[in-house]
Design a protein around this ligand. Sequence first.
Ligand code: SF4
Ligand code: FES
Length: 255
Amino acid sequence: MATKFINITLKIWRQKNKESKGALETYPLNNVSTDSSFLEMLDQLNEQLIQEQKAPVAFDHDCREGICGMCSLYINGRAHGPDTGTTTCQLHMRKFNDGETIYVEPWRSKAFPIVKDLVVDRSAFDRIQQAGGFVSINTSGKTMDANAIPIPKEKADSAFEAAACIGCGACVAACKNSSAMLFVGAKVSQYALLPQGRVEAKERVLNMVRQMDEEGFGNCTNTGACEVECPKGISIENIARMNREFLFAAAKSEK
Ligand code: SF4
Ligand code: FES
């Protein structure tokens, strides 16, 4: 596809800090290459703002190749923009038209407070992970080779698919209840499906769900918006698996 240059208008959420009141600000931006990524377009805007002696827009990013989950932006009312199965850093400006107005906002969720402009604090996800998203295996050198434990292919594939979650938070941002159950369901499932994860399965699901509730995320009402907006195609089957794991663990711990 031949490179084109387009002129766009950006409406971007600006907010000095967590306490201050934010607002959408308007920025015209010309000569944007359709080959540039959405984040490169924001880089171009920031160069323009710096030249105009204005404060650049703060936005999160790291890998810029769809694996770190940092580039959390709401674009034209959709988490990670108009493409499905795509993170913001993988979104290209060829998806937008010359003369278009593009709205860019941060994730909106009480559990993800805004730090500045488009940057939100997603440390709630870290705390959920710390509550149980790991396997306590001694890796001192005497561990059994993982390949020595036979695992049915179907289970290995499902565990791998759940492990593809990059912790971006789009599921929370897309959900009308700000539910984190797709994220937690993926993290619980990736271990629950494997023999190595079964050892601590009960404590894991109880602790991760407790932490999720303490962080202020909402509950799942099965609307499925999370699955639609997840850039890694995480299935809501993982939420059902987490619920089964939780009920089983809660019943066991009451005995
Ligand atoms: S489940 Fe999908 S949308 Fe939610 S954090 Fe993981 S990768 Fe992001
Ligand atoms: S910057 Fe890492 S996933 Fe987008």
